[in-house]
Design a protein around this ligand. Sequence first.
Ligand SMILES: Cc1cc2nc3c(=O)[nH]c(=O)nc-3n(C[C@H](O)[C@H](O)[C@H](O)COP(=O)(O)OP(=O)(O)OC[C@H]3O[C@@H](n4cnc5c(N)ncnc54)[C@H](O)[C@@H]3O)c2cc1C
Length: 445
Amino acid sequence: MYDPLVDNVPPSDQHQPDSFWVSEKSSDAYLPLVGEHKTDVVIIGAGYTGLSCALNLAQQFGVECTVVEANQPGWGCSGRNGGFVLPGTGRLSVQQMRQRWGKSVSQSIYAEYLNSIDTVNQLVDEGIDCERVAGGYLKLAHKPSLVSALHNQAKELAADYGDSILSLSADDIATKYLSGTRAYSGIYYPNAFGINPWLLCQGIAKKAADAGVTICGNSAVIDCQRVDKQHVLRTKSASITANTLVVATNGYGQRNLYKGLKDRTFPVISSIIVTQPLTPQQLLDVGMAAGLMFMDTRPLKYYYRILADNRLLFGGRGAIEGKKANNAKYQKALKDGLLATFPNLYDVKISAFWSGWVSVSLDDYPRVYHDPQNKILYSSGYCGAGLAFSIQAGKRLAQLHCAPEQLPDLPFWKSPLKQFPFALARRPALKTFYAWEAFKRKVGM
Ligand SMILES: Cc1cc2nc3c(=O)[nH]c(=O)nc-3n(C[C@H](O)[C@H](O)[C@H](O)COP(=O)(O)OP(=O)(O)OC[C@H]3O[C@@H](n4cnc5c(N)ncnc54)[C@H](O)[C@@H]3O)c2cc1C
């Protein structure tokens, strides 16, 4: 698999992402950029961030823009994720946000999370058919010592953050939500819902194209320079000059494409397996309420949901390097996790396995950033929780460019992403962390 820390340029001949969600493997809706072009705003990357930014620039502000994508829209995370539309991003709990910024700011951040869910709902209501399934999301305590922290979090969210979160006991969970695995307690987010992420991405791309955005597929940007106050980008078959540049490459961005983002995120692999459709007995054994999605509280989380045709989707950590991502060992590790969670599925068959690059920020929250002097914007660092938030971030990027006075006062757009101090040590450190977490799991810590 392509590796952003190793490869200088992503492949541009892979068309659609290698994920279960893709329904039209051969359709190449967006043609490559050929020859010399000019545009007002050029956006690198046609995932949710880039496409949502383009859609909002064109639709709300009448800005002429061009999206340049290495493959087809959704080839990155946006066509590979688990489809959990959740209120949140980054890795900070509300308690950690409150400690960092105070209660009022953290309430405004949480309001932005709820806005991001509304933004996705609105896109779906406007006609994007992406198999939306209502049902909510349950965060499960994987050990007794986490029960009270989780209940306090639910209490605080319900009392001070305007979200109707429910606290659930182990008995509530086993009788009403999930009987096939053990949880010590949980909290239930009723506003969360599931979707087919690739279809959502195709829908946003089509909406953007209908609003006048030019989307170029199979056009990896190999060079990006600032020349005479313009941005000049080159692909294999074209060049494009623009007044403003938006970098929307997130975990798929190369280290040296744009130096303002060099080593400011850490691309980490997340992987998913999907089983064959479960039999009626296996569904009973799993005992999941319809439409619900789950995640546990481990630092290396497992997340799972049942899809419309009764397959179980199960995700978690993947390899460290791109060249090892498709190794059978990582598929087996996820299946072992699935069996440890649902022992009754011992004879279940796996029908799909794939991986993608999420982008981790040094201080656990993303930035939606504008450098007005150099006319560059970016949004990145969602730490693996960016489905809803990246779509909201695209909207905010468009406002940062055209109407910054419309933005709420939030930390996301107040500073650039921080640079990792020992960038070359990121992978060795991750290896050590994974080994430690594997040990803890083995001894039941
Ligand atoms: C396995 C997995 C499961 C996940 N599950 C969830 C989930 O359930 N819920 C959730 O909230 N989040 C989830 N995420 C995270 C979520 O998918 C991402 O945060 C989100 O899709 C980020 O969108 P994006 O547009 O910023 O980046 P991406 O969708 O990754 O798009 C970046 C694009 O940039 C393009 N690009 C890179 N370099 C170049 C170049 N040089 N030239 C041209 N194009 C370039 C890439 O081809 C890519 O298409 C998951 C991620 C993974 C990998």
